[in-house]
Every structure is written in structure tokens, then in C-alpha cells.
Design a protein around this ligand. Sequence first.
Ligand code: GLA
Length: 398
Amino acid sequence: MAGAARFVIERFRELYGASPEPRVFLAPGRVNLIGEHTDYNLGFVMPVALDLACCTATAPAGDGRFRVFSENLGESRDWPAAGIASATPARDWGDYVLGVARELVRAGFDVPPRNLLLYSTVPVGSGLSSSAAIEVSTALALLEGRPMEPLELAKLCRRAENQFVGMPCGIMDQFISVFGRDHAAVKIDCRSLEHEVVPLPEGAEFVAVNTMVKHELGSSAYRERVAECAAAVEALARRLPHVSSLRDVSTQALAGFEGAMPPVVFRRARHVTGENERVQAFVAASRSGDLERMGRLLVESHNSLRHDYQVSCEELDFLVDTAVRLEGVYGARMTGGGFGGCAVLMIRPEKTVAVTQALSEAYETGFRLIPEFYPCRPSEGAREVAADSDGSFTAAEG
Ligand code: GLA
């Protein structure tokens, strides 16, 4: 990450001049190990923050504009700083930035004219949460050291995505980008918003593998799933008044209500209740070092997402099916929203090279695409990065 921070400072100076000096804020992407499509059902998730991140450099601007340049896209957007409160979305990448600025203004923070430069190492469209990384690093850049409770920061960024970008996502991505921990996964209770740091056992490595595809269906299907889960809750609440989300139901209890809702709605609900139970089991297996059980839970999660929740795709299924047949693979599953993006593999470390090679060859033969692999090195959450005396960059204090 140090390299990325140095790079954005250099680019910032070239683009906007060296004075005033920019400050740099970084927010990571994530891999979700288990607990998929449970966050907006107020259930459990267990992601890790990655050492892939969005770096945002910022300094005040003298011309009344709020301006942002994306180094990845080579494009810029700018708006009158005085008009942020009444800004409307343009349905492009600038919305992640402008949406966060608008939420900050709504929360009572002044967002004065400034220049921003964004550079992200989180691959876009990979299901590794590149948008939350933009949102959180932008929010920190616009706060520029003004304090905000970490949980408020995560919630504010989610509101920007829900209300400005128009994506009805849960809290997972923004939460882990803020609360990520070195060397550990984080189990999040998406109802209480409490979290638990779960150290990962020795003897296994997690690697994300990118299908390099992102099917168009993704965002409409996401909305559909959110609506189907709400329909399941409505049907259950008619008979069980204490049920206000799928979090309140066990798979066993749900089984008694199969006839109370359309079959497809029942299957969606069954995925969610089962997935919540799998997260709990995965945490227990992780704490006791039961690698085989962790691997089996990953595969069960994938099968449930594939058959009951129906958010997988041919490419993800191929990677998972091929991976689990290779020696040294404990388990694998799709990760993130689905319809493309990444799968996550749990591998015996000494087999990682052989597994990724074999998988790469098989995938290229099958799909004429070369998959990318990203080692999941659990990293700290969002923070400021500062230049130290020898020109390298380290995490700033506090
Ligand atoms: C996307 C959303 C998250 C979560 C996942 C599925 O990444 O942004 O909130 O719902 O899909 O688990």
C-alpha cells in the first residue's frame, strides 16, 4: 500500500500543483469468507479487509469547485461546492464521491471546495467491494481529520450508496472497510452492528480468484432478492408476530412454513437462514482449527447460493467445482453479490501454487479468459497514510 500512497501524492502534485500539500486516506476492499446475502437480512457475515485499497489524496481548492479525478479511469468530475446539498446522481462513478459528500453535508459537516485524486488497487467489478473503498476513503478525505465515530462513518457511506447511488446494499462492505483487522477476519452482527475479531487458523490460506466477468443481471437480481426476502418476512410475520427479519428464524422453524409462501421465496429464505447458521459454525470451526469443517461449510454456502438463492453463474460454478477436486483445497465458494466477480478458495499453503496454476489452465481452456488471483492478506481498516522522512509511507497515528 505504501507504493500506492506515494503514487497518488506524486500524481496529485502533477495534476493540481504541490501547494497545498495533499493528505492521503486509504480504505480497503474486502473478501467475504462466509455469510452471503445475509447483511440486508440483519444476519451474520464474516469478511476480511484486503491489502487492496482505494487511496484518496485531497487538498483545499481555491476556485469554489469540488473536483475529483479518477486515476484508474483517467476521468474527472466537478461540481460547485456550494451546491452539494442539492446534488443529483449522474449514474456514473462520480456518484460514489458526490453521494458521500452530500451525506456529510446532511450530517452537518461543512464540505469546502477541494481537489481529490482517487487511485484504487481493488479491481472494479470483481465483487471485492471497490465501491465501498471509494466511499470510505472519500469520506475520510472530506472529513480531513475531523472526528467521526467509526460506526457512523460506515453507516454514512452505506446511506450514500442506498440513497444516492440507489443500490439497496447491506452494511457489510462499508463496515469491514472501516473495521478491518490485520491477520484476522471480522464477524459482524448486521442487526446489533457489533463485531468480533476472529483470528484465522494456521494451516490454510485464502485466495480470491476473479472470473473476469460481471453479468449485467447483477444489480436487478440483487433488488429482486431483497424484495423476495421481504416477501418471506411478510408471510412469516402473519403467523409468527415476533419475526421482523429472516434473522429471527432458524432453518428448522422455517421448514414448517413452506406452504405459506411461493416456492421461490421459500428457497431464498432457506438460503438466508442456513447461511446465518453456517457463519456461526464457521466461526466455531475457525476457533477450534477445524480446517476440514471450514472447507465443507464454504462448499455448502456455495451450493445454497447456487441452487436456492440463484446468484451464481457458470464461471463461478466452474471455478468452485474445479477447485474442490484439486489436492490441497479445503473448500471454495463464490464471494460478494454474485453473477461474476470472485470466488474464494481455502487452500493448504504448500499447495497454493499448484492449485492456482491448475485452476488457471482449466479456466482458460474452458472460458478463454485468464483468471486473476489475489492472496487474501487480512489488513487494517480505513486510515490516513502519511509521508515519513525517508519518503516511504506508514499508517498515521490515531
Ligand atoms: C454486495 C453488497 C453487500 C452484500 C453482498 C452479498 O457486496 O454490497 O451489502 O449484500 O453483496 O453478501
